[in-house]
Design a protein around this ligand. Structure first.
Ligand code: SAH
Length: 322
C-alpha cells in the first residue's frame, strides 16, 4: 500500500473532476476558510505568539491558500511549511502558495515556534496492516502475487498484542486494521505540540476504533475499483481510526478533542453565515454555494463519515467547536 501510493502520488495530480477523487477544499473555499479561522481564533486566545503554519499532504495547496487568506484577515501571517512527497503536487502547491517551504518528513519541521498543523485526507493515504480471523485463529493478512493478479492471503499468526481483547473472539472472516505509520506520525506531531506549543486539526473519513472492518478501498475516476489490481494507478485508502490516533497523541503529552463529525464542525464554525455572505456577494452563484455546503455537511454526503480530531499543546486553549 505504501509503495503503490508513493508511485501513485509521485506521478499525477489525482484531484478533481478529471482525476480520481475530489476533496473538501476542492469542493468549496468555505472549507479552508473556516479551518483558517479556527486556527486564528486559537492563536488569538493563546496570546498571538509567533507560529508556523504546517500542512501535511496539501494536495494542490487549495486548503492552505483559503486558510491563509482567512488567517491574514485576522492578523495571522505565519511562515508556511508543507510536508509533501509528491513532486507533481509540490509544483501545484508552489504555484498556489509561493514561498512555502517543502519538507519530506515531519521531523524536518522547524522547532523554534508553536506549530499550527492541518491534515485533510492525509492519514487515509498511509498504509494499514490487516489481521484476519481464520478457522485456525488470527492471521496477518499479506499480499501475494498470483500471476497476473495480486491477491490477499492469510500469513503467519500476528503478535497477540496487536489484537484488542474485546475483538479477540470476532467471527471467522473478521478483519482488524492497524496503521503503525499513522500512529507514528500522530506521536511525532503530538510530541512537537507538547514541546513547542500549537495545535493540529486532522480531518478524514474514519471511525473510533479499534473495530472490525476491512476499509481498504481503491478509487479510479471517481469509482470504486479492485485495490489489488493495477498497483500505483489507483488511489488506495483506509478509514482512519481516530480513537487510536488520539490515544497516541495523549501518550506523548498533547491534549486531544473529538472527533466531531465534519458537518457538526463546519456548522459550529459558521458555514451558514459564510455561505450567506458569499451568496450575497455573488447571487448568480447561489445554487453552487448551497450545493457545496450540502456536500460538505449533509449526513448522507461528507457530513458524518468525515470527522475532525483536534490536538493541542497542554497549555493552549480549548479549541472552538469541540
Ligand atoms: N489535503 C489535500 C490532498 C489530499 S490527497 C486535499 O484535501 O485536497 C493526499 C495528499 O497526501 C497528497 O498531497 C499526497 O501527495 C500526500 N501524501 C500521501 N502520502 C504521503 C506521505 N507518506 N508523506 C507525505 N505526503 C503524502
Amino acid at each position: 500500500m505504501a509503495a503503490a501510493n508513493r508511485y501513485y502520488y509521485a506521478t499525477r495530480d489525482p484531484l478533481g473532476a478529471a482525476g480520481d477523487f475530489t476533496t473538501a477544499p476542492e469542493i468549496s473555499q468555505m472549507f479552508g476558510e473556516l479551518i483558517g479561522l479556527w486556527l486564528a481564533d486559537l492563536w488569538d486566545r493563546a496570546g498571538r505568539p509567533d507560529v508556523h503554519y504546517v500542512e501535511l499532504g496539501p494536495g494542490r495547496g487549495t486548503l492552505a491558500a483559503d486558510a491563509l487568506r482567512a488567517m491574514a484577515r485576522a492578523g495571522l501571517t505565519p511562515p508556511v511549511h508543507f510536508v509533501e512527497t509528491s513532486p507533481v503536487l509540490a509544483a501545484a502547491q508552489r504555484a498556489r502558495v509561493p514561498g512555502a517551504t517543502r519538507h519530506d518528513d515531519v521531523d524536518a519541521l522547524p522547532a523554534d515556534r508553536p506549530l499550527l498543523i492541518v491534515a485533510n485526507e492525509f492519514f487515509d493515504a498511509l498504509p494499514v496492516r490487516q489481521l484476519i480471523r481464520t478457522a485456525a485463529g488470527w492471521r496477518e493478512r499479506r499480499v501475494a502475487w498470483a500471476h497476473p493478479l495480486f491477491v490477499p492471503v492469510a500469513g503467519g499468526p500476528p503478535l497477540d498484542a496487536l489484537i484488542p481483547a474485546h475483538l479477540a473472539d470476532a467471527p471467522p472472516g473478521s478483519v482488524i486494521e492497524t496503521s503503525p505509520a499513522s500512529v507514528n506520525i500522530a506521536r511525532r506531531l503530538a510530541r512537537r505540540l507538547a514541546d513547542q506549543g500549537g495545535a493540529a486539526l486532522i480531518v478524514d473519513y474514519g471511525y473510533e476504533g479499534p473495530a472490525v472492518g476491512d476499509t481498504v478501498q481503491a478509487l479510479k475516476a471517481h469509482a470504486y475499483a479492485n485495490p489489488f489490481e493495477d498497483p500505483g494507478e489507483r488511489d488506495l485508502t483506509a478509514h482512519v481510526d481516530f480513537a487510536t490516533l488520539a490515544e497516541a497523541a495523549v501518550a506523548e503529552g498533547a491534549r486531544a478533542f473529538g472527533p466531531v463529525d465534519q458537518g457538526v464542525l463546519l456548522d459550529r464554525l459558521g458555514i451558514g453565515a459564510r455561505a450567506a455572505a458569499l451568496t450575497a456577494a455573488q447571487p448568480a452563484r447561489a445554487e453552487e454555494i448551497a450545493t457545496a455546503r450540502m456536500r460538505l455537511t449533509d449526513a448522507g454526503q461528507m457530513g458524518t463519515l468525515f470527522k475532525a480530531l483536534a490536538l493541542t499543546a497542554p497549555a493552549w486553549p480549548q479549541p472552538a467547536a469541540f
